[in-house]
Design a binder for this molecule. Structure first.
Ligand SMILES: Nc1ncnc2c1ncn2[C@@H]1O[C@H](COP(=O)(O)OP(=O)(O)OP(=O)(O)O)[C@@H](O)[C@H]1O
Ligand SMILES: [Mg+2]
Length: 212
């Protein structure tokens, strides 16, 4: 079952090249349609190389190469870390760094991701006791979705936390708002049965995300 759909590769190409050319380029590289074995992804990248370089130069070639290779689960798939104690917060931060590195993310962006993950994980360990951090590469590694969930008591003052007027008894009270500012998409759902924070960070601004 270790194969990716051709449509996933096509979707990556179409982010950069006109659909017509993307389709032709892919057809030339792989022949008939169907799935592509994970093990053959590097081969495919090589086959696409010349065409892509002619279109967009070495920079585009790099981006596309990275995105296609990131389709391989062994290279970078979803990472799940259970948070139960302080140690796990550090582990989550490290895992975030590692995943970003695998995806070829720039150092500055890695720093943002790692900070966001550790702030959210720290909140879980402090206020909910336990929970789960899930990090999922999106669009072939062009972005990362971070979901941090717990079944704790919920955030009573979410509104004031997010507008910056909250006064914390346990910390600076700026963790969540800081995370919101670090990421590209941010959503919190909270209630008496738990909290779910979902954040998305664009890793590769050349692929149509919000450039910073
Ligand atoms: N997962 C959570 N479950 C329950 N309450 C939470 C959770 N995350 C945050 N809170 C509540 O929201 C408040 C604000 O969190 P935030 O991370 O912004 O600041 P803080 O943790 O108090 O301080 P710091 O700036 O050190 O992070 C916390 O003080 C806590 O009361
Ligand atoms: Mg905090």
């Amino acid at each position: 079952m270790s194969a990716v759909a051709q449509s996933a590769v096509l979707a990556i190409l179409e982010q950069h090249i006109s659909p017509l050319h993307a389709r032709a380029m892919l057809a030339r590289a792989v022949g008939s349609d169907g799935a592509i074995e994970i093990g053959r992804l590097p081969e495919l990248v090589e086959a696409l190389e010349r065409g892509v370089r002619l279109f967009g130069g070495a920079r585009l070639e790099d981006t596309i190469k990275r995105q296609i290779l990131a389709l391989a689960p062994s290279e970078a798939s979803e990472v799940r870390i259970e948070i139960a104690e302080e140690r796990d917060v550090i582990e989550a931060r490290l895992a975030a760094r590692q995943l970003c590195q695998t995806l070829g993310t720039r150092a500055l962006v890695i720093q943002r991701v790692a900070t966001a993950v550790s702030e959210l994980a720290r909140n879980v360990s402090l206020y909910a006791g336990r929970g789960v951090v899930t990090m999922t590469p999106l669009r072939g590694g062009a972005a990362l979705r971070i979901v941090v969930e717990d079944e704790g008591p919920g955030i009573a003052d979410l509104k004031s936390v997010l507008d910056g007027t909250y006064v914390s008894r346990t910390g600076m009270g700026k963790g969540l708002l800081g995370v919101k500012r670090l990421v590209d998409e941010f959503d919190v759902k909270t209630g008496p049965r738990g909290t779910r924070v979902e954040a998305t960070v664009v890793l590769d601004p050349t692929s149509g995300g919000m450039a910073r």
